[in-house]
Ligand binder design. Structure first.
Ligand code: FES
Length: 77
């Protein structure tokens, strides 16, 4: 994902550890925006009832082989 919050453009932090003291026991891990508290899961999907209106953006990408991923390039048709 592109780490720019869909609320007002802050940079969400990668917080993969579940149940941290500051995010609560029910935090499953994901991305947390420190500016206004938006939360995204590990796939960048936004949680309900947070300021961010949409998921984190997934950049164009292309699988160029079994073990090669090109970021910023769409598949050629
Ligand atoms: S900019 Fe991320 S919650 Fe507001």
């Amino acid at each position: 994902m592109i780490a720019i919050c869909t609320h007002l453009g802050c940079i969400p932090g990668f917080r993969p550890v579940p149940g941290t003291a500051d995010l609560g026991e029910d935090w499953p891990g994901g991305f947390f925006c420190p500016c206004h508290g938006s939360k995204f899961d590990l796939a960048g999907r936004v949680y309900k009832n947070v300021p961010a209106p949409s998921n984190l953006e997934v950049p164009s990408h292309h699988y160029a082989g079994a073990s090669r991923l090109l970021i910023g390039v769409d598949a050629q048709t």
